[in-house]
Design a binder for this molecule. Structure first.
Ligand code: 3PG
Length: 316
């Protein structure tokens, strides 16, 4: 079968296809080329860069497309409804990058509380800014997790090791689950009011769009930090910019943006904002797991088997 891979995927994943006897094309093609080419392929494998929009799914369905694979967690770049209409399964690898993303959330928290970017850049400019770089410990601080899935759970586990108190808000979280995470379930409002770090671990959809906005930011403590390593669109960036400018919160750690890459990133002017370019899952280990799990899911569908991780499950 013919597999098209349009984003950077671990070699180990490509090997799985080759071992199964498939013909693999790796080409980071532009949207128009993808639209023209997709009908020739039996499977498409992407990360978040490639937008598998309605026209692409329709064009694939007219041709040979049998499965779409997302080597990662978020499937907001894929038109799942149209895929379902054509009975095309969308498979992903929801467990592959858990540790990588959770570790980046903690990295942002440490970078913010110890001013690591500023310390590094001043040193590299020959300055000894010790007096200006007084930080805070994570020990004893409250981490508010919005979401209770794999990444939130692993973030809680690491944060507990730092001696942090954990609060969890999620409509899907029970008291028992929050306890298992070493934390306490609370309301969204209470989490915002109590936390020293508010960290998002949710997908972007109509329920979570701008969940962090002017009103919800105003509930956060003045000395609290917002961490978004989940998805752009969950935070109203204009409201966040205003909150930072007016000193309503202490700072932010951002890995994801409403537009990626952002144009004229407004947050680059703030010393109390740490920016990374959507690298949450971008580790050697995370990419091997995300890629190989997804490749196995695609192979299962191509063999006529039921995949373990399918977003439009009702097709099986
Ligand atoms: C995900 O949804 O898995 C992460 O956001 C990673 O996205 P990426 O595979 O494009 O790095």
């Amino acid at each position: 079968m013919k597999i098209l891979v349009t984003d950077k995927i671990a070699d180990e994943a490509l090997e799985i296809f080759k071992k199964a006897g498939h013909d693999v094309t790796y080409n980071e093609m532009d949207p128009n080329t993808l639209l023209k080419e997709i009908s020739k392929y039996d499977a498409l494998m992407v990360r978040s860069r490639t937008k598998v929009v309605t026209d692409v799914v329709n064009a694939g369905a007219k041709g040979n497309l049998k499965v779409i694979g997302r080597a990662g967690i978020g499937v907001d770049n894929i038109d799942i409804e149209t895929a379902a209409k054509h009975k095309i399964p969308v498979v992903n690898s929801p467990t592959g990058s858990t540790m990588s993303v959770a570790e980046l959330a903690i990295a942002h928290m440490l970078a913010l509380s110890r001013h690591i970017p500023k310390a590094d850049s001043t040193m590299k400019h020959g300055e000894w800014a010790k007096k200006q770089l007084k930080g805070n410990e994570l020990f004893g601080k409250t981490l508010g997790l919005i979401g209770s899935g794999n990444i939130a759970q692993h973030t809680a586990k690491i944060a507990k090791g730092f001696g942090m108190k954990i609060l969890v808000y999620s409509p899907h979280c029970t008291d028992e689950k929050a306890k298992r995470m070493g934390g306490e379930k609370t309301s969204f409002e209470n989490l915002l009011k109590q936390s020293d770090f508010v960290s998002l671990h949710i997908p972007h959809n109509e329920n979570t769009h701008y969940i962090i906005n002017e009103e919800t930011l105003s509930l956060m403590k003045k000395n609290a930090f917002l961490i978004n390593i989940a998805r752009g669109g969950t935070v109203d960036e204009k409201a966040l910019f205003k909150a930072l400018k007016e000193g309503k919160i202490a700072g932010a750690g951002l890995d994801v943006y409403e537009q990626e890459p952002p144009i004229d990133n407004p947050f680059s002017q703030f010393d109390n904002v740490v920016l990374t370019p959507h690298i949450g899952a971008n580790t050697k280990e995370g990419q091997i797991r995300a890629g190989t799990i997804c490749a196995e899911q695609i192979n299962k569908v191509l063999r006529g088997e039921t995949p373990d991780f399918c977003v439009n499950k009702h097709l099986f």
